[in-house]
Design a protein around this ligand. Structure first.
Ligand SMILES: Nc1ncnc2c1ncn2[C@@H]1O[C@H](COP(=O)(O)OP(=O)(O)OP(=O)(O)O)[C@@H](O)[C@H]1O
Length: 450
């Protein structure tokens, strides 16, 4: 969450403190409420949502033990556990500060305060709040965090938090490897459907015969290989979220089938006469611009409107500023653990080399680059020479992959490069043409170090 969207309550019995903090924060945040009487806290937090409460620890008329602050901190946490509390005291009592933090306060400030320190404290808490709310539940199970603190990513998080609890259909836009999958998962994990299934289908990689059987299911005997009834992905996602990835790559005929299901909210498995009602929240993703798809008549406008109640555009990594550093630390420690190595520090040239690269493959490319660096390096410091950028993202400029070798690996590698070139590096389209899934293609790219 960013500062400008925050709602803050300040509780202090000193009117001068309230005025000073109101004047400081008002131009920076969405709203500031002030309250002299701590007894009003509970009714205030019942009526209004506050992201942060700045709470005095000592109220006049009472003994200055700081216990009043701890008492109100506990009440706030019981009532609104998601609200962060910053404690303030005029008494430089470090033990009390530690006690407050142990009891769940987010931070602690001493009076007289420095304005920059207050703003810095609030900003840090807000950015952690975003990360935590996006990591809870599902992310614990999938072990994936969405890393990012750049302004552009914070805008994505703000939109995500607003949209997730609604049932709105969401279209996620962004280049390959920007994290669209993670955003889809976060939408589900932060929705009322979070305890129901989250089903992902790579529709862009499905052949036309698989499209219907995979999505709508089939009855035994519907076609030669249908040896038993099989539920489609729509039915499997019933009550939960259906995530259709690479939606921009489906044919016009498939679009008609999809539109019918979305309009009627029911599916008919192949070989069946009975329709099954389905209640799903639909999330779609594509790396293509929907306006271009519609203008080139590759995508039906009525379907775009239906899947796109809200759109979220995930920015490319090259526009995310310092996120590259944060992500690099994240991947370095992830892979250090995976490959049983000690933690790594970065040589200064390491990050500057990363920042000079424009990452056409976005976060996925950075992830591979860091994994390779962790595997290849000898010491505990990652250096610029440990960075090798993959040729897959540059494959569009490499012209000839012809080979006379009859070695099966060489043939497979060259087939992959040729198809990637044909589809300008688009992994979904290439996987489809090669007759394998995207995951299988990624495994081969890894194997051949492409
Ligand atoms: N902000 C992020 N923090 C941590 N990991 C990330 C982030 N964004 C992406 N990743 C990682 O990068 C990889 C690619 O992300 P993801 O599959 O979500 O991208 P995508 O946009 O869906 O790609 P594609 O368009 O190819 O489907 C994944 O391993 C994911 O965990």
């Amino acid at each position: 969450m960013v500062l400008k969207n925050a709602s803050i309550l300040v509780v202090d019995d000193d009117a001068d403190v309230l005025t000073a903090l109101r004047l400081l924060l008002k131009p920076l945040v969405k709203e500031v409420f002030t309250e002299k009487n701590p007894n009003q806290i509970i009714s205030l937090i019942e009526r209004t949502h506050f992201d942060i409460i700045i709470l005095d620890m000592n109220f006049s008329g009472l003994v200055n033990t700081g216990n009043e602050g701890i008492f109100w901190l506990n009440r706030i946490q019981k009532q609104k556990p998601e609200t962060s509390v910053i404690l303030m005291t005029a008494y430089a009592d470090i033990d009390l500060a530690i006690r407050g933090l142990k009891e769940g306060a987010s931070d602690f400030l001493m009076k007289p305060w420095k304005n920059e320190k207050i703003i810095e404290t609030i900003t840090t808490i807000l950015s952690k709040k975003t990360a935590t709310s996006l990591q809870k539940d599902g992310f614990n199970t999938s072990n994936t965090e969405i890393i990012g603190d750049s302004e552009v990513m914070n805008d994505v998080f703000v939109k995500l938090e607003k949209v997730a609890p609604t049932d709105a259909n969401v279209l996620i836009l962004g280049e390959n490897g920007t994290g669209k999958d993670l955003i889809a998962r976060a939408l589900h994990d932060n929705s009322n459907r979070k305890n129901k299934p989250f089903i992902k289908v790579d529709v862009g990689a499905l052949t036309s015969s698989l499209f219907e059987s995979e999505l709508f299911g089939y009855k035994k005997g519907a076609f030669t290989d249908a040896r038993e009834d099989r539920k489609g992905r729509f039915e499997a996602a019933n009550g939960g979220t259906l995530f259709l990835d690479e939606i921009g790559n489906i044919t016009l005929g498939q679009q008609v089938r999809l539109l019918t299901v979305l309009q009627n909210r029911q599916v008919t498995p192949l070989g069946s006469n009975e329709s099954i009602p389905v209640d799903i929240r639909l999330i779609c993703a594509t790396n293509e611009d929907p306006k271009v798809l519609a203008n080139e008549k590759r995508f039906r406008k009525d379907l775009i409107y239906r899947i796109n109640t809200v759109d979220i555009t995930v920015p490319p990594l090259r526009e995310r500023g310092t996120d590259i550093t944060e992500l690099s630390h994240h991947f370095a420690s992830l892979y250090a653990e995976k490959y049983n190595k000690n933690g790594f520090s970065f040589d200064p040239g390491f990050i500057s080399k990363l920042k000079k690269h424009d990452f056409p493959g976005n976060v996925r490319e950075l992830q591979y680059v860091l994994e390779r660096a962790v595997i290849m390096t000898d010491g505990d410091v990652l250096k610029p020479e440990d960075l090798v950028f993959s040729s897959i993202e540059r494959s569009t400029t490499t012209k000839s992959f012809e080979t006379t070798s009859l070695n099966l690996d060489d043939i497979e590698k060259n087939a992959i490069l040729t198809v990637l070139e044909k589809h300008k590096g688009n992994v979904s389209k290439s996987a489809k043409e090669l007759g394998i899934t995207r995951a299988a293609l990624y495994r081969r790219l890894d194997k051949y170090e492409l």
